[in-house]
Design a protein around this ligand. Structure first.
Ligand code: F6R
Length: 365
């Protein structure tokens, strides 16, 4: 059942190229246009929408953050992303011009479901992104977009997350194309890049043994920091969550520029800092932040693209990912972080598939 892998989590990490392909391919036609037959939102519906909420919990929330970024950039509509357990208590602005996007692997998370019900009651149009056909959330939302990740058994979410990222990209680009807020060339460039993501993930899977060597260097530490700017910060949050939930090492993700407003006080000799620097427009600033923590003794593992070879001058170790357009980098950059968390946890002898205190589906608020 584990298909030769030691754990479901590792099997699911390695299933990502297929999961991404299965989510993507049925939504692209021969002309390389996005066809979301499952979503009934028309151009008129979209023109009526003046605000989008994205609500989800945990890893699904981290995926939602990419959706926020892409919708704001390409659809030109303000987006508020919130975790399910906070959303209802923050007096959300919801009316019949609101689109509520719900992201939930299981389709059963209590806080996320409650947010969906509240949004419907207040007249919002609702769209659920879920992995489980027939789940409560899939039955109650106006539209449902399925991530075709296949069953995810390990408690720590991996392939559900990457397919949620792909879904966020497809939904955002389709909205932008329908509304005419994206150029045709940008739209098709991004689709071409999406098509290449399974092969790029495959390349990273091939380096699992090298990532294991990095895990050996950090698995006995008590604190690990993840830093990044923009969508790198969103992926940093996911990398940090993955590490802490399965290895029980305390870890925190910080916007790289926010470090010096407090958290940098915790950096001492040998503190591991995993620094994501995949975004062109933020690259130099992130490299400055790498130098700041390095100067205070941090052991920096940078994560960047192959084209940024010279980052090895500033960091102690580098994880290189294949070059990819910045906006879609998370689909690829999260994979080495999942593998790193996995190896750290196994080196510590942790029960990777069933971490303590956690359940696969959280059905209490
Ligand atoms: C972490 C993880 C959780 C879930 C969260 C939401 O690895 O799996 O953070 O992402 O509990 O679950 P769903 O997506 O089922 O609503």
């Amino acid at each position: 059942e584990k298909g030769g892998y030691d754990h479901f989590m590792l099997k699911e990490i390695f299933e990502q190229p297929k999961a991404v392909k299965d989510t993507l391919s049925p939504r692209l036609n021969k002309q390389n246009d996005i066809r979301l037959d499952d979503i009934t939102l028309t151009k008129e519906d979209l023109d009526n929408i003046n605000r989008v909420y994205i609500v989800a919990c945990g890893t699904a929330y981290h995926a939602g953050l990419l959706g926020k970024n892409l919708i704001q950039k390409y659809v030109n509509v303000p987006v508020i992303a919130e975790v399910g357990s906070e959303f209802r208590y923050n007096d959300p602005f919801i009316d019949n011009k609101t689109l509520m996007i719900i992201v939930s692997q299981s389709g059963e998370t209590a806080d996320t479901l409650a947010a969906l019900r509240m949004a419907k009651e207040k007249g919002a149009r609702t769209l659920a992104v879920t992995n489980v056909v027939g789940s409560t959330i899939s039955r109650e939302a106006d539209d449902v977009f399925y991530t075709w990740a296949g069953p995810e058994i390990a408690v720590a979410s991996t392939k559900a997350y990457t397919t949620q990222l792909v879904s966020m990209a497809l939904i955002s680009l389709d909205m932008a194309n329908k509304k005419g807020t994206i150029s045709n060339s940008m739209y098709h460039d991004l689709i071409d890049e999406l098509r290449d993501t399974p092969a790029k993930i495959d390349k990273i899977l091939d380096t699992s043994d090298e990532i294991k060597k990095l895990a050996e260097e950090i698995y006995n530490k008590d604190h690990i920091f993840y830093i990044g700017r923009g969508i790198d910060h969103d992926v940093a949050r996911e990398g940090s969550l993955k590490l802490k939930e399965i290895s029980y090492i305390h870890s925190e993700a910080m916007p790289a520029g926010e470090l010096k407003h407090g958290t940098i006080a915790l950096i001492e000799d040998g503190t591991p800092v995993i620094a994501l620097a995949t975004q062109d427009k933020l690259y130099d600033k992130t490299v400055s932040n790498i130098k700041e923590v390095s100067a205070r003794g941090a052991k920096v593992i940078a994560l960047s693209m192959l084209k940024n070879k010279e980052i090895d001058q500033s960091a102690d170790r580098v994880i290189y990912i294949p070059n990819i357009i910045d906006d879609l980098a998370p689909i690829v950059s999260v994979v080495p972080l999942q593998i790193l968390a996995y190896h750290v946890a196994t080196l510590k002898g942790a029960d990777v598939d069933k971490p303590r205190n956690l359940a696969k589906s959280v059905t209490v608020e």
